[in-house]
Design a binder for this molecule. Structure first.
Ligand code: AMP
Ligand code: MG
Length: 416
């Protein structure tokens, strides 16, 4: 561990933007990969560049339903009359010779006969007995999608590290690839800690609550494309915790926990983790989500999220998500930030960066405005469910009035 990870080297709170590079410096991309069938590749990350073996499109084809003809046969006139020589449908090329003064009925996607160079859309033609009147053509080559105009055979189409979305599935199919090499999914072992937590489906005794973090974090991990190992709820008991950490670290690339990292509680976790691995307990200048633990247990990375339900989601989004991207060899992407006018007043004490939960919309004038979801307690998970964005308030910001401009980060990545 480099010295910079030692919170003692940085008195006070660590700004989350400073924490990210420190975290990322500890993460190396997984170098195992596996072959998957294209239909199973959604949300996986490409382990190698993909080049096209084909020109795209692979042949000159029509962009319209209409008539293919030789432009020069118009002899510079505004219109011309052509005899019909045959037809070309998608998948059924025109076969035969095209005598002078003839055209071919052609459909979208059908190969343009070699003798033709232009397609006139059907709506700008007239059928006259046994001839077709082509009127006001746009110019030579109109409505023809040329072979290789999108890309030439041999060109790299996708680079290693690309996450495969619906569009990439289609692009890969377009170049005829049925199996591809993707990065092995990172394995993330997760458990919740806390004597007060009960799994859903059981009865609550006085003082108990349901373990919700395991489900919100499960959702985030599934969206992040990782393989998840659910180790349940572990009570605040040193031996149970020790066992859970060992089991998790033996199987996972990353051990993720919630709870037990705040000042009052960290003692147990701290004591055990100091024996089992190398861990740093941070106080981040972020609200919600001040306490955060990071380090290594065996070969596994360890991230300890705070237990408060909103805090655990915010710290996952801000700190763990970039680590999961790096583990999978994906480039970091800067979130799309927008500015919007507040339609509710905001209370904020200077000191920490705040991720207040907002609802972003367009007002009647078409301008972006953002309202708070309501109370902003770090235990109020409904504030995340109501929100479609974070309202980002910087460390030194104080209260804000209705109408003031704020920065918003629409939910994206695992949160969307
Ligand atoms: P901790 O970080 O363990 O001190 O917990 C902070 C707050 O979050 C307490 O009110 C806990 O009851 C609550 N909490 C901790 N873990 C969970 C969880 N898995 N699901 C719901 N609430 C939790
Ligand atoms: Mg706890």
């Amino acid at each position: 561990m480099p010295m910079t990870l030692d919170p003692c080297a940085k008195p006070g709170l660590i700004h989350p933007d400073e924490a990210i590079p420190l975290l990322l410096s500890q993460v190396s991309a997984i170098d195992d990969s596996e072959m998957v069938r294209l239909a199973e590749a959604l949300d996986r990350v490409l382990a190698e560049d993909l080049a096209s073996g084909l020109d795209l499109p692979p042949f000159d084809n029509s962009a319209m339903d209409g008539y293919a003809f030789r432009f020069d046969e118009l002899n510079g006139q505004e219109s011309g009359s052509f005899k019909l020589a045959g037809q070309a449908f998608a998948g059924h090329p025109f076969k035969g010779e095209l005598p002078p003064g003839h055209c071919v009925r052609i459909m979208t996607g059908a190969p343009v006969p070699a003798a033709c160079d232009t397609v006139q859309m059907q709506e700008q033609t007239q059928v006259q007995d046994d001839a077709i009147l082509i009127q006001a053509p746009k110019g030579k080559g109109a409505n023809v999608r040329r072979r290789g105009e999108e890309l030439k055979a041999g060109t790299r189409v996708l680079t290693a590290g690309t996450r495969i979305r619906a569009a990439e599935l289609g692009v890969i199919a377009t170049i005829g690839i049925s199996q591809l090499r993707v990065v092995r999914r990172p394995i993330v072992a997760f458990f919740s800690t806390g004597d007060e937590l009960r799994p859903v489906g059981s009865e609550l005794a006085p003082g108990q609550i349901y373990d919700s973090n395991r489900y919100s974090i499960l959702g985030l991990l599934q969206k992040a494309g990782v393989e998840w190992l659910d180790l349940g709820v572990i009570p605040d008991d040193p031996e149970a915790l020790r066992q859970a950490f060992r089991t998790a670290a033996a199987k996972a690339d990353m051990v993720l926990t919630s709870g037990g990292v705040s000042v009052g509680e960290a003692d147990y976790t701290k004591q055990i983790l100091e024996q089992e691995g190398q861990i740093h307990f941070w106080k981040l200048a972020i609200k919600p989500g001040k306490p955060f633990a990071f380090g290594r247990i065996g070969k596994a990375l360890f991230c300890g999220l705070p237990g408060n339900p909103v805090s655990s989601m915010v710290t996952f989004h801000k700190l763990v998500w970039p680590m999961l991207l790096k583990l999978q060899g994906q480039a970091q992407s800067q979130p799309l930030m927008l500015t919007a006018a507040l339609s509710t007043a905001v209370r904020k004490q200077p000191g920490r960066v705040e991720y207040q939960r907002g609802i972003l919309s367009r007002n009647a004038e078409g301008a972006l405005e953002v309202a708070l979801t309501g109370s902003q307690g770090s235990g109020m998970l409904t504030s995340m469910s109501l929100a479609n964005c974070f309202i980002l308030l910087d460390q030194y910001q104080g209260d804000l009035q209705v109408g003031e401009t704020v920065m918003v980060e629409p939910f994206h990545g695992a949160l969307a």
